[in-house]
Design a protein around this ligand. Structure first.
Ligand SMILES: [Zn+2]
Length: 68
């Protein structure tokens, strides 16, 4: 049997966040610091992920700053 599925994609998940001082450069709403996790998936099965921190906008989802 040959697997014809070569789909690789990435999913970004937010695991928790709390408000910080500062505002979004796009919509000027409140920013939050969030624990992010990026999953790399192959055929919808996550096989690799990494955690990172970012300051994001809670309203439009823009990443204002990220920490590795
Ligand atoms: Zn925004």
């Amino acid at each position: 049997m040959v697997c014809m599925c070569f789909m690789v994609d990435q999913r970004r998940k937010m695991r928790g966040r709390k408000p910080v001082a500062g505002s979004c450069s796009r919509c000027s709403r409140g920013a939050s610091v969030a624990d992010m996790r990026t999953y790399t998936r192959f055929c919808y099965v996550p096989f690799y992920w990494k955690s990172w921190k970012a300051i994001i906008c809670t309203f439009c989802g823009a990443v204002l700053k990220s920490y590795k």
